[in-house]
Design a protein around this ligand. Structure first.
Ligand SMILES: NC(=O)c1ccc[n+]([C@@H]2O[C@H](COP(=O)([O-])OP(=O)(O)OC[C@H]3O[C@@H](n4cnc5c(N)ncnc54)[C@H](OP(=O)(O)O)[C@@H]3O)[C@@H](O)[C@H]2O)c1
Length: 331
């Protein structure tokens, strides 16, 4: 077999639990070979997710999978097949929907960058069902935000929380990708949206996105809420447990500050709370998210947009907690 041609890529060279950015490389990786049933996509934009920092640390990926091209969402142009030239949004969950109905429940499901190479490159390959038409109203950069952070927020809110319009939701964290998506989606769906943020600037951002009330991290709320949306974990969990109504719901999709919060089991059963996990979303949910954003005129909040070659700058911002919405890389 001949030598594979190289292409531009931002990748993790090896796992580095303590200094994740030391493993980050901007360079070349082999161009992908396209298996039957898969399609090549020329990447136009992709967004940074905390997942990429976990990958650099070696969390959620086997050591023999390195080097791994980073990036678990994106938007671009089909580079082959009968629809070549079509503008598409990528769905990152590779799983068997025909067996499980919901591919996120397939025990063998993977996200891009766990087993298959990611989107921070000239070209990415995905199964043909993992591309959706890009809505004309969204730019490539905006569409690139949808596949991970926004999809996760959509499923947390509309599939997993059980909230109804008019009820009150609390989002822990103001400026992150998932947090900003939850605020915009919750406001558009008719929820009363409250947000905690670690600085006045971050809380002001949440208010601009439609939050009805913002609070310092850990602050006592005027009243308990119907549901709390958690991605922060250890740092906010005690506040989350105190802030939810009897019979209320906590939806968890991340644990940025640490994975081992005190469960506070006595409060859990005494207050009859529901703690619900949530993981990415299905292709159908991504299609519905794109339609919901179209109907409501919602565009994702992008805090930083950089050429993909400057990706390390974006990674440094995320590691330092300096987010103001999504961080997007363009090609
Ligand atoms: N399960 C899934 O399918 C899924 C999908 C996407 C993301 N996630 C997880 O969700 C988490 C967030 O991801 P992201 O991409 O949105 O990250 P991000 O853009 O970097 O946002 C981080 C968020 O966490 C908050 N935060 C961080 N440390 C905090 C602390 N010590 N105290 C209070 N708030 C803190 C920040 O709040 P401030 O605004 O106040 O700084 C910010 O809103 C990650 O753990 C990620 O792995 C899971």
């Amino acid at each position: 077999m001949g030598k594979l041609r190289g292409m531009f890529a931002v990748y993790a060279a090896e796992p580095n639990p303590d200094k994740p950015l030391d493993s980050l490389r901007v360079g070349e990786r082999p161009e992908p070979v396209v298996p039957d049933g898969w399609v090549p996509v020329t990447v136009k934009a992709a967004s940074l997710n905390m997942h990429d920092l976990w990958t650099l640390r070696g969390v959620g990926i086997k050591p023999d999978q390195f080097p791994m091209i980073l990036g678990c969402d994106g938007a671009g142009v089909l580079a082959g097949g009968p629809d070549a030239g079509a503008e598409v949004v990528l769905h990152s969950v590779v799983g068997d929907a025909s067996v499980y109905g919901d591919e996120t429940l397939d025990p063998k499901r993977t996200l891009l960058t766990e087993k298959h190479q990611g989107t921070f490159a000239d070209t990415v390959i995905v199964p043909a069902r993992n591309v959706l038409p890009k809505p004309a109203g969204l730019s490539f950069s905006e569409a690139a935000c949808m596949g991970t952070a926004w999809l996760t927020a959509y499923r947390m809110l509309f599939t997993r929380s059980g909230l109804r319009p008019g009820q009150t939701m609390l989002v822990q964290g103001a400026s992150g990708g998932v947090s900003t998506a939850l605020v915009a989606l919750g406001e558009a769906a008719g929820m009363r949206v409250w947000v905690t943020g670690r600085s006045a600037e971050k809380r002001a951002l949440a208010e601009r996105l439609g939050a009805h009330g913002t609070f310092e991290s850990g602050a006592r709320l005027p009243e308990r809420v119907d549901a709390v949306f958690e991605t922060v974990g250890k740092a906010t969990w005690p506040h989350t447990m105190r802030s939810v109504k009897p019979g209320g719901t906590i939806v968890v999709s991340g644990s940025t500050s640490g994975p081992d919060p005190s469960a506070d089991l006595q409060r859990l059963f005494f207050m009859q709370l529901r703690v619900v996990g949530s993981m990415m979303g299905t292709r159908d949910e991504l299609a519905a998210l794109l339609e919901f954003c179209h109907l409501k005129g919602i565009r994702p909040q992008i805090g930083t947009e950089l050429p993909m070659g400057d990706a390390p700058e974006g990674f440094e911002q995320m590691l330092a907690g300096e987010t103001a919405g999504k961080i997007v890389f363009t090609r």
